[in-house]
Ligand binder design. Structure first.
Ligand SMILES: [Zn+2]
Length: 352
């Protein structure tokens, strides 16, 4: 019986020596230490042995069991070490390799320009006033002194909404930021109707026109306009303000010029050009050889508009000016097609 135990021990240890992974190790454990293993059969058969043989065989069997268990733990540990060494060898981390580049998002060029314009206006004392994008005909046109047959009010020039029967006051997507002028003036005037406070605001936002989309016109675009209303505001305040804006926007050297213009909600009205910063006024394709770039429209607030806003035009005057944000960005970065702005092409957007 003792020889049998020696054989069991020997063959088990030999088998263990060739084991290289955990699965095989578990199998070995079942085969050599499990319930029906030869060693356990020796334990089970102890009762049938002669009385004097039992202690010696029992002792020896226990010894073999402890040895096998010890060898099992040892083998498990060395398999674990080998696996670790192997993975360190094979999956070596090279810290000198450059990482994969992260793609960072950023602000859309139209938003960047809008924020730049707003921050300049904020420095000049204009407070941002945001207004709704869905407007009524009343606010978008009527209160801004658009005559009933103005071409902008044609159904085919604006996006009208189906909102039931509203007579001559249908809903539409605003065609400009100017309805915000009326909303702001009315809000300010309501705080003190007999003595309305002065207004100095910047109105930013998306506007919509039902137009053929071309390199120069889009159906959606951002506008920013400034509005100042108060006592003793004159045309020279307007000129000084927009000239200062142009210098802050395009550089202290920027020269400007005014041309007469026409808008229903201002009187008199003007357009301001800035000297072409591409050719410094010599004439180039960007300024179409004129040396000047048109950047904004402006004028003194029409008395009818002041009245509609709750400001008595006999006492108050004001000025307003507005510009297209994408147009400013196009001039600044010499972008030749406005369709890039909403074309969702990252190759364009990543350049800003
Ligand atoms: Zn030029």
């Amino acid at each position: 019986m003792l020889e049998r135990l020696a054989d069991i021990e020997k063959s088990a240890l030999e088998a263990l020596g060739s084991i290289q992974d955990n699965d095989a190790l578990q199998e070995w454990r079942v085969t050599h230490l499990g319930r029906s293993s030869p060693l356990m059969q020796v334990f089970n058969g102890l009762g049938q042995l002669a009385r004097e043989e039992r202690p010696q065989v029992g002792q020896r069997a226990n010894q073999v069991k402890q040895r096998l268990e010890g060898a099992l733990v040892e083998r498990g540990e060395s398999i674990r070490q080998a696996a670790l060494a192997r993975s360190l060898e094979q999956e070596k981390l090279d810290v000198t390799l450059p990482g994969r580049p992260f793609r960072y998002g950023r602000l859309h060029p139209a938003t960047q320009t809008l924020r730049r314009v707003l921050s300049i206006l904020a420095d000049m004392g204009f407070q941002v006033y945001t207004s709704r994008e869905v407007e009524s005909d009343e606010y978008n046109f009527q209160l801004l002194n658009f005559p009933p047959h103005h071409p902008a009010r044609e159904m085919q020039d604006s996006f009208y909404l189906e909102a039931g029967e509203r007579g001559n006051n249908p809903l539409l997507l605003r065609t400009h930021t100017s309805p915000g002028q009326i909303r702001a003036m009315r809000e300010y005037a309501a705080t003190n109707p007999d003595n309305p406070p002065p207004v100095r605001i910047a109105l930013p936002g998306m506007c919509f026109r039902y137009e053929q989309i071309t390199a120069r016109s889009e159906i959606q675009f951002n506008q920013v306009e400034g509005l100042a209303v108060g006592e003793n505001i004159t045309f020279s305040d307007l000129k000084g303000t927009v000239s200062d804006f142009a210098r802050r926007m395009f550089g202290q050297q920027a020269r400007t010029r005014f041309r007469t213009g026409h808008f229903p909600f201002t009187e008199p009205s003007a357009e301001m050009d800035v000297e072409c910063f591409v050719c410094n006024g010599k004439g180039c394709p960007v300024c179409k050889l004129s040396g000047w770039l048109e950047i904004l429209g402006c004028g003194m607030v029409h008395p009818v508009v002041l009245q509609n806003g709750g400001y008595d035009p006999r006492r108050y005057t004001g000025f307003a000016f507005g510009m297209g944000t994408e147009r400013q960005a196009m001039l600044r970065h010499q972008i030749d097609d406005i369709r890039y702005f909403w074309g969702n092409d990252v190759r364009f957007l990543e350049q800003f």
